[in-house]
Design a protein around this ligand. Structure first.
Ligand code: FO1
Length: 309
């Protein structure tokens, strides 16, 4: 049974996840992964955040794009484009094999957890990578022009529409992955990775009583700020906060998790905000450019968790 659970979305979260995988033994850490970004496209079942994490842990991630596989080729997309097909969401040739496998396995009645386990085994990943739920939960972004499915907002429309809120379709009926729930009583700590609070972490927290379940743990819960110096390291977090009339600051991220977290990790650039954080906090260099940065942030976060425990 794992000692630590890390809740993660895509790129930003996967960086810290990789650091944690270098610091902890494989059986000490499990990852609870957002599936609110999942969708069905061109007949494939696509789970972007699970794939970003597994490719990152397997050292196969495409560093230039931030998603997909390294050494990718695009023959499928090129042919589809010539045929006049839908090409706004790019599926590389190597990546495609994985989507095909997952689509067939899910259609045959296997669970997303079981399929993800197969993929991890094949990619020689020893840590548990656990989809937040085996039931579909789909993030919808609310905009003044109406609701948008997450990937339409994020990729097709390049996060341009203003956001007014979010809905997580299916979250009220979904069941938290039983393998995640089974870990909770034995945990020494929970880490909320520096992922987007609204669209990467909230989908998991919105499943049934998950937020209350995590808040009620004996083990401490810490969040790492995805906002540094008023901006998001990657992605639309800061833009969303402005549009929601929330200051784009580390303090506001900590406030978003009020009642859930016991500690908060913020960047040196935001040291001046430390007094306004309502829970114990640690200031560190949290921008992860290199593998050493990822490992250092993982160590600091774990030491901080242990000091709270
Ligand atoms: N992100 C993009 O910005 N453009 C794409 O064409 C794209 C394709 C894609 C294919 C497979 C996959 O696993 C992820 C992909 N992503 C793409 C990333 C993804 O949509 C987002 O980064 C996440 O959903 C946000 O965490």
């Amino acid at each position: 049974m794992a000692d630590y659970l890390a809740i993660t979305g895509g790129v930003g979260g996967a960086k810290l996840a990789l650091g944690l995988s270098h610091v902890l033994e494989p059986d000490q850490i499990a990852f609870a992964v957002n599936t609110g970004d999942d969708f069905e496209h061109l007949g494939f079942s696509i789970s972007p955040d699970i794939d970003t994490l597994t490719y990152t842990l397997a050292e196969l991630a495409n560093r230039e794009l931030g998603w997909g596989r390294q050494d990718e080729t695009w023959a499928f997309m090129e042919t589809l484009e010539r045929l006049g097909g839908e090409t706004w969401f790019r599926l590389g040739d190597r990546d495609l094999a994985l989507h095909t496998y997952r689509t067939q396995a899910l259609a045959a009645g296997r669970s997303l957890t079981a399929v993800t386990e197969d993929i991890c085994r094949t990619l020689a990943i020893s840590q548990a990578v656990l989809p937040m739920s085996d039931d579909p939960v789909r993030t919808t972004v609310l905009t003044p022009d109406g609701p948008l499915a997450f990937q339409h907002y994020f990729v097709r429309d390049r996060c341009r529409p203003a956001v007014t809120g979010f809905e997580f379709q299916g979250a009220d009926r979904a069941v938290l992955n039983p393998r995640i729930e089974a870990l909770l009583p034995g945990l020494k700590g929970v880490i909320i990775c520096p992922s987007n609070p609204f669209v990467s972490v909230d989908p998991l927290l919105s499943i049934g009583h998950t937020r209350a379940l995590l808040a009620g743990l004996d083990a401490p819960v810490v969040a790492v700020s995805p906002i540094v110096g008023g901006a998001a390291i990657k992605g639309p977090t800061a833009k969303m906060m402005k549009e929601l009339n929330i200051p784009s600051s580390a303090t506001a991220v900590a406030a978003h998790y009020e009642g859930l977290i016991d500690g908060f990790v913020l960047d040196e650039q935001d040291r001046a905000q430390q007094d306004g954080i309502g829970v114990p906090s640690v200031v560190t260099q949290s921008v992860m450019l290199t593998l050493d940065d990822r490992i250092a942030l993982a160590r600091t976060t774990l030491e901080f968790l242990q000091s709270l425990g």
